[in-house]
Design a protein around this ligand. Sequence first.
Ligand SMILES: *[C@@H]1O[C@H](CO)[C@@H](O)[C@H](O)[C@H]1NC(C)=O
Ligand SMILES: *[C@@H]1O[C@H](CO)[C@@H](O)[C@H](O)[C@H]1NC(C)=O
Ligand SMILES: CC(=O)N[C@H]1CO[C@H](CO)[C@@H](O)[C@@H]1O
Length: 609
Amino acid sequence: MKYILVTGGVISGVGKGVISSSFGAILKCCGIEVTMIKIDPYINLDAGTFSPYEHGEVFVLDDGGEVDLDLGNYERFLNITLHRENNITTGKIYQSVINRERHGDYLGKTVQVVPHVTDAIQEWVEKVALIPVSNHGRAPEVCIIELGGIVGDIESMAFIEAFRQFQFRVKRDNFCVAHVSLVPQPKTTGESKTKPTQTSVRELRGLGLSPDIIVCRSEHPIEESVKEKISNFCHVAPQQIISVPDLGSVYEVPVFMENHGMADFLCARLNLGITPLPPRRKYMSQWIELGEHIRHLKYEVNVAIVGKYTRLEDSYTSITKALHHAGNRIGYKVNIKFVEASNLEQTMLTDDPASYHTAWRDLCLCDCVVVPGGFGKRGVEGKIEAVKWCRQNEKPFLGICLGFQTAVIEFARNELKLADANSTEVNEETKHPVVIDMPEHNTGNLGGTMRLGQRTTMFKKSEKNCKIKRLYGNKEQIQERHRHRYEVNPQYINELEKHGLKFVGVDTEQLRMEILELDNHPYFVAVQFHPEYLSRPVCPSPPFMGLILAAKDRLKGYLARGCKLSPQEPQSDYYDSDEELKDLTQLTVKKLTLPDDDNSSAYSSSSQI
Ligand SMILES: *[C@@H]1O[C@H](CO)[C@@H](O)[C@H](O)[C@H]1NC(C)=O
Ligand SMILES: *[C@@H]1O[C@H](CO)[C@@H](O)[C@H](O)[C@H]1NC(C)=O
Ligand SMILES: CC(=O)N[C@H]1CO[C@H](CO)[C@@H](O)[C@@H]1O
C-alpha cells in the first residue's frame, strides 16, 4: 500500500480537497485503484451530530454513515463508494483508545497520546486503506489521506506526530507528503507573497514531516522566480513546487496538475511501476473533455432552490453539484438562485414586504424549482407555497425528502380539501397527519433514529409510462441513499392517488412511498430519497436530468429517443471558443521531477516532538 498525505498551510478553504481528489483522479486514470481518507481533527464523534437543524446537509454514504462533505467530493471525483470508516475524527480515535483502556488492553500502563493515540491512528489508517471502494472489490493500491485544518493547529498535532512515525513504519517508497499552501497576491501590488508558505513549511518540517510536493494555490499562476524563492527558504527543490491557480472549473485541476508531470512524479516517487505512461490525451481524456465542455457552455438555465438557511450555501452542496452535472451534460450553464422559504409565506407580506416580493420574483423568474430536504418547522409553509405555485403554473419541479413531504401536504390541502393537513414533524396535534413519524423509528430521541443509507425503491408495475421510471432507464428497481425520519401516512394514500397524485415508486415492502409524480404537468416529481448523493460529473442523476430537460422543454424528445440527447440540439459549442478565457491547462510548463539527491529530504529533518 502506498500513501499520499495531503496537509494544508496558511488558511483552510483553498481547495485542499480538490487537490487531494485530483491526485486520486490522476492515479485512477493510470489504472491504479485509489481510496481516500479524510481526517477531521475535531472531537465530535461523527458529522451526524452536528445540529441537523442548522446544517441542512451532511453527506450520506451507502452504508448510512453521515460524514463530512469532502467525502462526497471524493466519491464524485473518483467515482468510488466510501465507507463510514473513511472519515477519521479525533473523537473517534480517543474513544477507541479509552475503550481499550477500560477493557484492560493496556495492562494498567499509563495511557498517553504518544504512543497510544498515535499508534491507534496508524493502525486505523492501515486498516481502512485496505477496504475496497469499487464494486469489483479489488483492494486499493494507493491511499490518499487529507488532513483537515492547517499545520500548526493544536488539534492536528497528534495526527502529524502519527504520520511522522508512519513514514518510517511503511518505508520511504510508500509514503509521500503534499503540502497545499496559499500564496496571496494582494491586488495593490499583484506581487506573490511567499512568507506565509515559508512559515507553514518550516512548521511542518519542524514537526518532522518534509513535503515532497508543495502545491501553491493562488489566483494567478506564480512565476519561476517565486518558486525559487520558496525553494530556497523551504529546503525543497524548485521542481517539486507546483503552482495551481484558479481555473475555469474544478474538473480542470487534474488535467492542469498532470500537465506538470504529476503522474510521472508520483510514479517515480512512490515506485508505482507504470512507466512509460500512455499519451496524456488518451488516459486523461475524460477530464480533458469535461473541462473543455464546461468551458464552452453557451446557454444557461436558471434554477431556484427553495430552502432554509440559504445563506449557508454549503448546506446544499450536493444538490448544487447534481444540478451542475445535469446542466453540463445537457449543455447549459446552471445559474442557481437560493430562495429563503420563509420569505414566501403570507405573513411576510406585512412583516417584510421587500423580502417577500424579492423571493416571489426569484421564484417566478426561474426555469425550474428544487425544494430540497431539511428539518424543523421554519420555512415549511413557504415550501408548501412554492410547491403549490409550481403545480398550478406548470413549472418543472423536483422535491427531495422534505420537499417530497411538502408536495404531499400541499396536494392534500388543496386537492383533497383537507385545509389543515400537516406533518406531525411541525404539528403533532394536526387533524390530518398526512406525513408521520415512521412507526418503528419512533423511539423518542433524536440520534440514530433515522432511515439511513442505501435502500431499494421498486417502481410499481402498473406505472408503465411515468417519466421518472423512463428517466431511470425503465429499470424495475433502483438503489438510492436515504436520510429521513418521517414518511407519508399510509392511510391517506388511496385518497391522494384517487385525486391524481401517483406514487410510482415504493420500498420493497410496498409500505413506504418513495417517488411521486403528476401526470398532467411538464415535470412534477418528488422523491423521498436523496438522488443528489449518487450524481457524478459524467453520470448525472436521472431526476435532475429530467428537471433541467423539462425546464428547457426538451424532456419529451429526450424520453421519446430512449433517454438520448439530440445531436441537433445545442449541447455546447466547441469551436466558438471564448478567447478571453485563457486555457491554462494548455500551457507548456516546467515538469515536476524528483531532485537528484533524493534520499535526503524525508530523513534530513531532525526536530521531533
Ligand atoms: C462508476 O462506477 C460504476 C460502478 O463502479 C460503474 O458502473 C460506472 O461505469 C463508473 N462510471 C464512470 C463514468 O466511470
Ligand atoms: C401546520 O402546522 C404548523 C405548526 O404548528 C402551523 O404553523 C401551520 O399553520 C399548520 N398549517 C395548517 C394549514 O394547519
Ligand atoms: C473513523 C471515524 O471517525 N469514522 C466516523 C465517520 O463518520 C461516521 C458517521 O458519522 C461515524 O460513524 C464514524 O465513526
